[in-house]
Design a protein. Structure first.
Length: 490
């Protein structure tokens, strides 16, 4: 039997654990398959029936309705305009683990709006009507007045933090110049359905974008991978292109990883937002498929990115070995990038070998090696073990977009975690510039390692599965801005 959620509804491990933190949220409009006979559980508004799915997860029936059977949506489709959360394996750890995504409570000023519902806060969440969300979209595009406020991500009270308008714009030679969308705060009305779970759970939209206007503005991110479609609507900030070995062919992405990574790092909407929506994207296609990327392509792409003025470079290459002469050539380029303050990120590797295995360029001096973790803070089983691993970042079950511009969950690749980290580094770089605190690359990477959450008993930094731990944006922000009072752990 299929049900549709009428409001954002918590996911529970059992129908009698409403006093414990939920293990996730199903968005309003999402449809899932459940067992036909609801189970008894805690009563809310005299309704004690709970639906449960094949994973053994439970959903209160008070804000769900049965729907007629129809053809299930493909992974690249949405239902009712809302992204369906991908099914995840049931967690094997206690529900109280801080890595579990908490329910997203409504803003404090919504109390009056919720007063007539008589539903315990946290069990379901009132979502603005569709016409309000559509009005917000129209406001984003044309500046039209909003008939009602958008509740999820409205600007915080008080004067905004206005970035210093001193010439931060790059005067470097960029092949093709395009700008981000011309409305100044297009990201202000980003609804939860356009944000991946990590951007929401780490409070990046609220604490970085809204409260501090840290969106990657003035920062350039180079994505070296399988390319992107130049006309992708979620990548309206493309500022330069490069292809190896033939730069004359039209840019395209036949694999999908390059597009997904670019959207994760700096998607601008209208369907998906990335971590740094106002960053400029430099797109380097160095292989038609991720497994066809060579050392020659990687070297050519990095050389181009340095010359194009990249501030952050995500090298989405995963090479088991490199010939000695190519290794030396690559290290020279990495050293040049370091001297210019460019931040280099690479995936630790995508393979399920139980033995630690170091990959290139992640193992090279001057490169941050990043692996992937899921929504529960657990290392993704496709993320390689390595003695050179620095940390894990979100890289599984993230909302992104395909080359066909269809929203969906990301490919299982550690490169996605590297792209997420590249977007986050763009936020840090913008903060440093606006505060006149640009520091050495090593200091930025040390900041990420120092604040990473270690969930293992191993000595921090010596864990082949977690490195120094998982990326911790709230703790990073507290280090940057001493006035920040948010939680230390994601």
């Amino acid at each position: 039997m299929k049900i549709r959620f009428l409001e954002d509804t918590n996911i529970r491990k059992a129908p009698h654990l409403t006093g414990d933190p939920p293990i996730g949220v199903m968005y309003k409009g999402s449809e899932i398959e459940v067992e036909p006979n609801p189970a008894p559980g805690d009563a809310i508004q005299d309704i004690d029936r709970w639906y449960h799915d094949q994973n053994g997860w439970y959903y209160w029936s008070g804000r769900a309705e049965k729907v007629a059977e129809q053809q299930p949506a493909s992974p690249d489709e949405t239902i009712g305009g809302v992204m369906v959360m991908p099914a995840q394996p049931a967690p094997s750890h206690p529900v109280g683990n801080p890595a579990i995504p908490p329910a997203i409570p409504p803003p404090a000023n919504d109390d009056a709006l919720l007063s007539h519902e008589a539903i315990p806060l946290g069990e379901t969440r009132l979502v603005p009507p569709l016409e309000v969300l559509l009005a917000a979209e129209e406001h984003s595009r044309t500046g039209a007045a909003l008939p009602l406020p958008v509740r999820e991500l409205e600007p915080v009270a008080g004067p905004p933090v206005v970035p210093d308008e001193v010439a931060l714009e790059s005067t470097r030679d960029i092949a093709i110049a395009q700008s981000v969308p011309d409305f100044p705060t297009f990201w202000q009305n980003a609804t939860p359905q356009k944000l991946n779970w990590a951007v929401q759970n780490y409070r990046i939209a609220r604490d970085w974008w809204q409260q501090r206007h840290l969106t990657g503005k003035g920062v350039s991110i180079a994505i070296l991978g399988t390319g992107v479609p130049p006309d992708h609507t979620d990548l309206g900030n493309q500022a330069g292109f490069f292809q190896f070995p033939d730069d004359a062919n039209p840019m395209a992405d036949r694999h999908g990883l390059g597009t997904q990574a670019a959207v994760i790092a700096a998607g601008t909407g209208p369907s998906v937002f990335g971590v740094a929506p106002e960053a400029r994207l430099l797109i380097g296609k160095i292989g038609d498929q991720d497994h066809l990327i060579t050392a020659e392509g990687l070297i050519a792409g990095l050389r181009w990115a340095i010359g194009a003025g990249a501030d952050v470079v995500a090298m989405l290459a995963d090479l088991p070995d490199i010939a000695e002469d190519r290794r030396e050539e690559l290290q020279i380029l990495i050293d040049q990038a370091m001297a210019r303050g460019i931040l280099l990120v690479a995936p630790v590797g995508t393979q399920d070998n139980k033995k630690p295995e170091s990959r290139y360029p992640a193992r090279m001096t001057g490169v941050l090696s990043v692996g992937a973790h899921d929504v529960y803070g657990q290392r993704s089983n496709f993320s390689a073990r390595s003695y050179d691993l620095d940390l894990l970042a979100p890289g599984e079950g993230l909302l992104t977009s395909s080359p066909r511009q269809q929203p969906g969950s990301n490919l299982k690749s550690a490169s996605i975690a590297a792209a997420f980290t590249a977007g986050f580094l763009a936020l840090i770089r913008q903060w440093q510039r606006e505060q006149y605190q640009e520091t050495a690359k090593e200091t930025v990477f040390d900041l990420l390692r120092e604040t990473a959450v270690s969930r293992r008993s191993f000595n921090k930094g010596e864990d082949v599965e977690y490195g120094h731990g998982i990326l911790n944006p709230p703790a990073v922000l507290k280090k940057l801005d001493t006035s920040y009072t948010g939680a230390d752990q994601p």
